[in-house]
Ligand binder design. Structure first.
Ligand code: SF4
Length: 921
């Protein structure tokens, strides 16, 4: 067994991982104690990484027009068809859509091929949906897309303000670091500003549950308040910034009284003033913001409203101080470094950067090419798919992302893809639903196989190492791009033998003529100090924060410490911000505000995390979170199925009534694709309103209606993975379905509205048994029905005594504990039949009468909500006591806020005095 260092492929924290590798298998992962992002911690997603591997379900062979081919045929066809489109329609008809999942080296060669050699600017990335507004705000304020802070600034701050960020779920290790810092330093205060009461509020000294979209009003109000009370740092502003008067004038266009701001933001005025006071009177303030700010039609302005307050108070460039945009994806920052956004050219140079086009042309030696480098920016994500819809873009290469789920108007995206004459998809998973849209499918390598670098939210470049060989014919993305480039005639420029050679070129370009042009300020993204690494040095590269150059050979933890910014005059810019409401208007037909986001245990469209059964148990089905008053008003009930209707379609999920949800607003997760549920793609609910500067869509502010889903029946079906059934039969005939992978079987939640299916016990028995017999290769062997409820339970056991399927009619809240049944399917996978005693318990679904334990709260130890509530009722009313009894919360700690909430809820129900977690301190 050997141990290897690599980096987690999920969120923007970028944790270091120690992987134990045995015979081409990763048997265990742990946090890397030496990595500066996590110092040995991992969240539940990271600690389940080894459970998501394996060749099962992987895409292992290229396909052209649905036919499996060898690589030579696939690559030649890609080159031929791209050439044909370019010859016929010009370079502007070619486009690429990339992902923050790609490594920097993959990104670099894709950007170089499309912009440098194919001459099209239309290369964008799903990072557009994540942090493009923060990028635009950085550029406007600092002159460069540069995050000033490091993670250690969160620990050194006196005040940490979290805006639009559920850090506890979306960046769990960073949240744990902040929590520990707060325990060590009781003077460190945390303010959470978010429309939803999330698990992050566990550590909040002050919570502001603002009206969605009112962030800019809140921060322009703060600026005016600081000016009014003489809390601006006039010395800093005089020396290092410009624009304060214009920013203040804009802030004062609206009533700047605390009462008026509080009313506009719908928060308590006293709490708001407390926040203003805390912000103004502390120097070491970090404001960490994320998608809640960025995913807005005015996200760039919101970012600048936050940055304005930091500049105005001189709270930047110091330990524990600065605005801190945290990215969602593992390599969103790396993509920005190479120029992987449509408005960028390369290496933090934009089209309008003086001399940039000429410099990049010379560096890539594309002078003799026709067409040469594009002259103007390309289509940003949403505009790109509109251009495809209009027929202007005729060929699209998608790598490692699924725009048909995550983009607004996902229905139109799918229609556009269906219209596009050439769609090339590079993908790891054989069942990704995007493959149905592809003319050419290219099997790509995945985490643990890929070899390269990623950059996390604090500008830290880390190695993601190739530890295992890719399965079958899967290949690295950089290799695929370079092989296509060769067949297009650009072999000399793409003649890399290893990603270290690409990284070297990327590092050299970052330093190439950097700051040498007349009147040009140096480009902050400069890793020229990492140029020239040989293979050994690249393999051994330790995490390091850029800039890394002659002036900073060991990297740079904090930017702007000397008060000099990357603008031509070295001074930061405060921007006049005029708050605007969300562009998606509510009306009588769609009266509820839709918020979208991530959940604790899942990542993106679940193509990876969906392979780890224990990650599926926290939130097993798509859901709709709704305030109790709205649930009553719209007639939906806890755990019942309900439907949202939005701009382009419907979304069906199970209702979760939550007191943390504001009235008039609902929340849905972003993760479910058509592979996991038939009608839970949140992108179909959203209109495509974009921020005018960043092009980022307004994914946090949809407008929807809510109604109960009329149903006549619900059922649960568990089917052994190796049974070989055509699942579409029950998907097509169900009004709702969700697929939940367990270890050796698939759980299907089904619901329909054909009258009569549940009309009487005899009919139920007859109908369901016939239904099962018609769809499953093993006939019902055991069954029973409950005369009182009319519910049927049935199971199919084959001639070798193996459990092949299990069924229960009725809603899932009546399920037994499925862990016992999952064990029987595990035995069946090992060709073991059920024992006589087990067979007698099959229909009960458990051996001890245990009921379904409810949603799993602690994913590390698989502890369900019912067991936790039972322990609380027996007196274990602290996290420590629950941990001692059930082990929940004792590993990664991600579930601790939820444990605390359950304790609080139980106390409230029992009439005990609840603890006020969000009180003004
Ligand atoms: S916090 Fe993010 S990077 Fe770290 S282990 Fe969890 S998902 Fe991976």
């Amino acid at each position: 067994m050997r141990e290897a260092r690599t980096t987690c492929p999920y969120c923007g924290v970028g944790c270091g991982v120690l992987a134990s590798v045995e015979e081409e298998r990763i048997v265990e992962v742990q946090g890397d104690p030496t990595h500066p992002a996590n110092f040995g911690r991992l969240c539940v997603k990271g600690s389940a990484l080894h459970e998501t591997l394996g060749s099962q379900g992987r895409l292992t062979q290229p396909r052209v027009d649905g036919v499996e081919v060898d690589w030579e045929t696939a690559l030649a066809t890609v080159a031929e068809r791209l050439t044909a489109v370019r010859d016929r329609h010009g370079s502007q008809a070619l486009a690429a859509y990339l992902s923050g999942q790609l490594l920097t080296e993959d990104y670099y060669v894709a950007n170089k091929l499309f912009k440098g050699f194919l001459g099209t600017p239309h290369l964008d990335t799903n990072s557009r949906l994540c942090m493009a507004s923060a990028v635009a705000a950085h550029k406007r304020a600092f002159g460069a897309d540069a995050v000033p802070c490091s993670y250690e600034d969160l620990e050194e701050a006196e005040l940490v303000v979290l805006v639009g960020s559920n850090l506890a779920w979306n960046h769990p290790v960073l949240y744990q670091r902040l929590k520990v810092a707060k325990q060590r330093n009781p003077l460190l205060r945390v303010v959470v500003i978010d429309p939803r009461v999330t698990d992050t509020c566990e550590i909040a000294d002050l919570y502001l549950g603002l009206k969605p979209g009112s962030d800019a009003r809140l921060f322009t109000g703060l600026l005016a308040w600081m000016a009014e009370r003489n809390r601006l740092d006039r010395v800093y502003l005089e020396a290092h910034a410009q624009g304060i008067e214009e920013a203040l004038a804009a802030a004062r266009e609206q009533d700047a009284s605390v009462e008026a701001i509080a009313a506009d933001c719908d928060v308590d005025a006293e709490r708001l003033e407390t926040f203003f006071y805390w912000f103004a009177t502390h120097l070491h303030v970090v404001t960490l913001f994320s998608q809640g700010v960025n995913q807005s039609s005015s996200g760039t302005d919101k970012g600048n409203a936050i940055i304005n307050c930091h500049l105005a108070g001189g709270k930047i460039g110091l330990p524990g101080a600065g605005p801190f945009s945290i990215t969602g994806q593992p390599n969103a920052m790396g993509g920005r470094e190479v120029g992987g956004l449509a408005n960028q050219l390369a290496a933090h140079m934009d089209y309008d950067t003086p001399g940039a086009r000429d410099r990049v042309t010379r560096f890539w030696a594309t002078e003799r090419l026709v067409p040469c480098l594009p002259e103007a920016p390309g289509h940003k994500a949403v505009a790109l798919f509109e251009a495809i819809e209009r027929g202007e873009v005729q060929a699209l290469w998608i790598m490692a992302t699924n725009p048909a789920v995550s983009l607004p108007r996902a229905d139109r995206v799918r229609a556009a893809l269906a219209k596009c004459p050439l769609v090339i998809v590079s993908e790891c998973m054989a069942d990704a639903d995007l493959l149905a849209c592809a003319d050419i499918v290219l099997p790509a390598s995945s985490w643990s196989e890929k070899d390269g670098t990623v950059t996390n939210s604090e500008r830290c470049i880390s190695r993601q190492r190739g530890l295992l060989p890719p399965p079958g014919e899967a290949r690295h993305d950089w290799w695929i791009v370079c092989e296509v480039a060769r067949r297009l005639g650009f072999g000399e420029a793409f003649d890399y033998a290893h990603p270290c050679e690409i990284f070297d070129e990327h590092a050299r370009l970052s330093g190439f003529e950097n700051g040498e042009g007349p009147g040009e300020s140096p480009r902050l993204f400069d890793i020229s100090g990492l140029a020239g690494l040989d293979r050994g040095a690249y393999d051994a590269l330790a995490p390091i924060q850029w800039p890394v150059n002659a002036a900073a050979p060991h990297g740079t933890a904090r930017l702007f410490t000397d008060g000099r910014f990357a603008t031509p005059d070295g001074r930061a810019r405060l921007l006049p911000v005029r708050p605007r409401p969300p562009a998606q208007a509510l009306d009588a037909a769609r009266p509820l505000r839709l918020n979208t986001g991530r959940i604790r245990d899942q990542w993106h469209t679940m193509t990876r995390t969906g392979r780890a059964p224990r990650l599926m148990n926290h939130r097993a089905e798509p859901f709709i979170e709704v305030a109790p008053e709205d649930a009553a008003e719209w007639g939906v009930e806890e755990q019942a199925l309900a439907r949202l209707t939005g701009a382009g379609g419907h979304y069906v999920g199970r209702v979760r009534v939550s007191r943390g949800q504001r009235r008039g607003e609902v929340f849905v997760p972003m993760h479910w694709s058509g592979h996991f549920s038939g009608s839970a793609r949140m992108g179909e609910l959203l209109e495509a309103h974009l921020d005018p500067f960043s092009g980022q869509p307004e994914s946090k502010h949809g407008a929807v209606s809510l109604e109960p889903l009329p149903l006549d029946w619900e059922a649960t079906l568990l089917v052994a993975d190796d049974l070989g059934v055509a699942e579409t039969t029950w998907c097509d005939e169900s009004r709702y379905w969700a697929r939940i992978p367990l270890a050796d079987c698939q759980r299907w939640q089904l619901a329909g509205d054909e009258p009569g299916a549940c009309a009487g016990m005899e009919k139920v028995e007859r109908d369901w048994l016939a239904w099962l017999e018609a769809r499953l290769p093993v006939a019902p062997t055991l069954w029973c029905s409950d005369p009182a409820s009319g519910r049927l339970r049935a199971a199919g056991v084959d001639e070798r005594g193996r459990l092949r399927w299990w069924f229960m009619s009725g809603p899932p809240r009546e399920l037994p504990n499925l862990a016992w049944l999952a064990e029987r399917f595990g035995e069946a996978a090992r060709s073991e039949g059920v024992t006589a005693a087990q067979r007698r318990r099959l229909l009960a679904g458990c051996d001890d009468g245990a009921a379904n334990q409810g949603p799993v709260v602690c994913s590390c130890h698989q502890v369900g909500q019912r067991a936790i509530l039972g322990a609380i009722r027996e007196g274990d009313d602290s996290v420590e006591a629950l941990g001692a009894r059930l082990a929940c919360g004792t590993q990664c700690g991600s579930c601790i806020p939820e444990l605390k909430s359950l304790i609080e809820e139980e106390k409230a129900h029992a009439g005990a005095e609840p603890t006020e977690v969000t009180a003004v301190a």
